[in-house]
Design a binder for this molecule. Structure first.
Ligand SMILES: Cc1cc2nc3c(=O)[nH]c(=O)nc-3n(C[C@H](O)[C@H](O)[C@H](O)COP(=O)(O)OP(=O)(O)OC[C@H]3O[C@@H](n4cnc5c(N)ncnc54)[C@H](O)[C@@H]3O)c2cc1C
Length: 303
């Protein structure tokens, strides 16, 4: 049996694409087989009608609703490799099985790479997060820190200023790795935002919570939550496929027709953009589904 589309990744992007393609009566297989990106998070916020839902529950509801569509199947297994070309791909699964599909949708998310700072791994996902729209409200009026890294230095001032929507107590840490231009330092000072430029020796935890940021000069700055954008990388499968990436490492696609540089291989969700949120990934999945359905409709061999 050849599937119309093999969807790799059962997060918001992949499950949303499966729903739209199932409703278009396409034969779909969704495979999901590696840890979730937001595995450390206990709730997904800012998802219309599902605000505050645990991530596993969000996926379970999506799978339960997919069960109503007889042409959609979901399996918990990773894809190890992909061979073939447009119209005839073969995916090798981690359990040794194989799957044939006319098109592939990559919805594999991104992998966050922990910063080499003592305390970072333990606190990531609950006391260290990346998105104030996801987790800012729960930390309103608390003591916020923003750890700016060389790759995110351009966003320093906008990020720090927007943080004041949630709290008046914002501190920026450069960990000795970012030169802050005088104009940026003045903008922070004008907004009452403290700037700490010393290297960080560790992130001090109290149980699951962040107690403070310890600096190389011996001081500890008390903070309740730290925002940081650690570097991300694509999963091995995407790297092995050799699809074109942009300068920041995301898969290059046009939003309305998200086919990658490899014909027949589409991509949707976090792996294509810095703009990462569950509802954005779900929307991208739906858009990719429509493009895939049109592509199949125009393909005489897919009838
Ligand atoms: C700590 C944290 C908290 C967050 N909190 C929020 C929040 O509150 N609200 C919000 O909107 N967003 C939040 N996000 C962002 C949100 O989780 C992502 O934007 C969203 O999950 C992206 O969906 P996706 O489908 O693109 O990828 P993912 O959800 O990452 O799903 C990708 C799936 O692909 C699977 N996969 C990868 N490789 C393979 C393979 N080879 N074979 C089979 N399967 C594979 C993975 O196992 C994974 O299940 C948070 C992120 C993090 C890190």
């Amino acid at each position: 049996m050849i599937h119309d589309v093999l969807i790799i990744g059962g997060g918001p992007a992949g499950l949303s694409a499966a729903l739209a393609l199932g409703r278009a009566r396409r034969r779909i297989l969704v495979v999901d087989g590696a840890p979730r990106r937001n595995a450390a998070a206990t709730h997904v916020y800012n998802f219309l009608t599902r605000d505050g839902t645990p991530p596993a529950e969000l996926r379970a509801i999506a799978r339960a609703q997919l069960a109503a569509y007889p042409t959609v199947e979901v399996r918990d297994v990773a894809v190890a490799a992909i061979a073939g070309a447009l119209g005839g791909f073969r995916a090798t699964l981690a359990d040794g099985g194989a799957v044939d599909a006319r098109r592939i949708l990559l919805a594999t998310g991104m992998i966050d790479q922990p910063l080499p700072l003592p305390g970072f791994r333990e606190l990531w996902g609950h006391a260290i997060v990346q998105c104030p729209y996801c987790h800012g409200y729960e930390a309103r009026d608390r003591r916020w820190g923003y750890l700016v890294l060389p790759a995110t230095a351009a966003h320093l001032v906008p990020f720090a200023l927007q943080a004041r929507a949630w709290t008046a107590d914002v501190a920026v840490f450069t960990a000795g790795a970012v030169d802050v231009p005088a104009a940026a330092a003045a903008a922070l000072a004008g907004a009452g935002i403290a700037l700490y430029t010393a290297p960080i020796t560790r992130l001090v935890a109290r149980g699951d919570a962040l107690a403070g940021v310890e600096l190389a000069d011996g001081t500890t700055i008390a903070r309740d939550i730290l925002f940081a954008h650690p570097p991300q990388r694509q999963v091995e499968l995407v790297r092995a496929l050799g699809v074109a990436l942009d300068d920041d490492g995301y898969v290059k696609v046009e939003p309305l027709r998200p086919e990658t540089s490899v014909p027949g291989v589409y991509a949707a969700g976090d792996l294509t953009t810095r703009g990462q949120a569950a509802i954005l990934a779900a929307a991208a999945g739906m858009q990719a589904a429509a493009a895939l359905n049109v592509s199949l409709a125009l393909d005489p061999t897919a009838a």
